[in-house]
Design a protein around this ligand. Structure first.
Ligand SMILES: [Zn+2]
Length: 137
């Protein structure tokens, strides 16, 4: 497992774990890495700078709720169109892909918190699909 400090196009800094650098590259290429703050998939590796707070990052967090909801909808639409829904078979299928039993492809589905924990512990790259933002009015 490798931990990356990432930064999105809105200058939000966050950290995420990946199985290895190739996994990060693949997920980032497919825009499956999204900022937990705004849902932006324009993320870059950030330079690790522990203890240094960036005043710039604070100013950039002025995304309106409407723009934020829009960004989340875009990420959801992208994930939905690029992945196959495995439903409850998702944890098994993700594991089989990781172990090379089946051809890797982007999938989504349901997993219990325990299943998610066990997949992550085994170095299987999974990401939460952001929840549908509330409808306006
Ligand atoms: Zn962001």
């Amino acid at each position: 497992m490798i931990r990356y400090a990432l930064k999105c196009s809105q200058s939000h800094s966050f950290e995420m774990w990946f199985a290895d650098s190739a996994t990060y590259d693949t997920l980032a290429d497919q825009k499956l890495v999204s900022c937990p703050d705004c849902g932006s998939t324009e993320v870059k590796k950030d330079i690790m700078a522990p203890g240094i707070s960036s005043a710039k990052g604070q100013e950039a967090q002025s995304l309106s709720p409407r723009a934020m909801a829009e960004a989340i909808r875009k990420v959801r639409a992208h994930v939905m169109s690029e992945t196959t829904d495995m439903g409850r078979k998702f944890p098994d299928e993700a594991r089989r892909m990781h172990e090379g039993d089946v051809e890797p492809r982007p999938i989504r589905g349901e997993a219990t918190p325990d299943e998610v924990k066990s997949l992550v512990e085994d170095g299987i790259p999974i990401l939460p699909v952001p929840p549908e933002p509330p409808k306006e009015n």
